[in-house]
Design a protein around this ligand. Sequence first.
Ligand code: XMP
Length: 319
Amino acid sequence: DWTMAEFRKTKIAEIREQVGDGKVICGLSGGVDSAVAAVLIHEAIGDQLTCVFVDHGLMRMNEAEQVVTLFRDHYNIPLVHVDAEEMFLAGLAGETDPEKKRKFIGKAFIDLFEAEAKTIGGADFLAQGTLYPDVIESVSFTGGPSVTIKSHHNVGGLPERMNMKLVEPLRELFKDEVRVLGRELGLPEVFVGRHPFPGPGLAIRIPGEVTKERCEILRKADAIYLEEIRAAGLYDAIWQAFAVLLPVKTVGVMGDGRTYDSVCGLRAVTSTDGMTADVYPFDAAFLTRVATRIVNEVKGINRVVYDCTSKPPGTIEWE
Ligand code: XMP
């Protein structure tokens, strides 16, 4: 893509100019934006960049491993992997309020990130994968529960506290453009095409208390759903698709026995920026196939429902 090739060249020059021989630290979330920002910055300044991946243990199936493999082994980018699953689960124990879950995760994330930054000797710059809609949203967003939406990734307050300047090479881009740039930079398609994932991860897809067991149940159901979506060739036509695990038990029947297990909700929407969204119109046979697989293969779920709510009035996530 000619435009993105130009953009890449221009940004690399800008990053070199801005950073000089300073040190840059970049938080990876596992998502496309921070990955593209990191690879672009690495291309500009090499090992002056260190990436920190604070792994809260609330990622989708296998995704944390993919991040580590891609950055460390494939790109050879210095990467600190902070495995903090236990710490996050301990902090979330007993918490059922969506905003408190978000707040805890955001704060713990920043604390761990800051501690790591100190360990590696500090940095002059903080790199972020802020996109154009994030820039807009932070000044004029009027939605419901997502007012603090980017508080997790865009570590507000931290740059000042640590006396760091920001490097945000994607500030003028929309999501689809970031994907084009990611391909231009040679990022693998599974990474570039990946659906957006919220900073607080599975914690906001498990209404009620988050436990390790419930994370594992949800991860399995979500993986089956995404596998079927990919197999049907629908993945790229959908903005986000995911499973949620509801804090509701219902009665079911399996073999000769009665079951009493959790309900799984399925969500899939089309959108261009996440601000508004339409329900993806799967055909009934597809949904039935996914529901049958989930109930048969995932212990702890005995019923599956499909979320038919557009945004607005619904939000994309359930919390
Ligand atoms: P909602 O649920 O508000 O989501 O319609 C809009 C988009 O934002 C993502 N999202 C988040 N991203 N931290 C994030 O980094 C959050 O707390 C958060 N909440 C929602 C959501 O996945 C969707 O793409």
